[in-house]
Design a protein around this ligand. Structure first.
Ligand code: CDP
Length: 215
């Protein structure tokens, strides 16, 4: 059985960075499950399929021609690394992610990432639905204020205009949507260890996950 570490948590908590660093430290594969929902939303947009059309979007999700090549993401052979990170596609991702048929269409693809020597999987339902038998489950979070400040810093570094209050409001509504929907709601699972990174740097968060893994 391939060992799996799941890291679930809210937007802008820093779980992606921590998950990638843990994977690199252990020599494990890395699954960014949010990217699959973003790719599905982008594929639908490019084919003129509306995000709420559950069956049509699920069909696209099942047939997604996606390649993860290091940090680059390809869709139908085109580099979409930046395109899937746009705000509009983030909204589309959360719309298509609320459709049960889309989630099941992406299950097999997510399971396929669990290859030797191991996997670190990042998302909302990694420990609950996709990899319920994972050996270590982490719920990584931070206060709303800390998460808004992190996203703000990220946008400024990317040279994008950013307003802290607007970002905080956006995160709040995204969390509410992720928490309230019927499938894969955002919550801490009973068997996940809580990692609150409000007053913690990335290095310290990575060290904590690695020490849980080793013990
Ligand atoms: O960090 P951020 O929420 O901006 O983006 P993400 O992790 O790339 O996920 C994009 C969207 O996909 C989220 O808003 C969730 O609604 C959804 N998602 C999900 O439903 N299940 C997952 N395992 C991962 C993401």
């Amino acid at each position: 059985l391939v060992p799996v570490i799941t890291i679930d948590g809210p937007s802008a908590s820093g779980k992606g960075t921590v998950a990638q660093r843990v994977a690199a430290a252990l020599g494990f594969h890395y699954l960014d499950s949010g990217a699959l929902y973003r790719l599905t939303a982008l594929a639908a947009e490019r084919r003129g399929v509306v995000w709420r059309d559950e069956l049509a979007v699920a069909k696209l999700a099942g047939e997604l021609d996606a390649v993860f090549d290091g940090a680059a993401v390809l869709l139908d052979g085109n580099n979409v690394t930046e395109a899937i990170r746009s705000e509009g596609i983030g909204i589309g991702a959360s719309v298509v992610a609320a459709l049960p048929a889309v989630r099941s269409a992406l299950l097999a693809r997510q399971h396929a990432f669990a290859e030797a020597p191991g996997l670190v999987a990042d998302g909302r339902d990694m420990g609950s639905v996709v990899f319920p038998d994972a050996r270590l489950k982490v719920f990584l979070t931070a206060s709303a204020q800390a998460r808004a400040e992190r996203r703000h810093k990220q946008l400024l570094a990317a040279g994008e205009p950013a307003d802290l209050a607007a970002i905080a409001a956006d995160l709040e509504s995204r969390d509410a949507r992720d928490r309230a929907r019927k499938v894969a709601p955002l919550q801490q699972w009973a068997d996940a260890l809580l990692l609150d990174t409000t007053d913690m740097g990335v290095d310290e968060a990575v060290e904590q996950v690695l020490s849980w893994w080793k013990n």
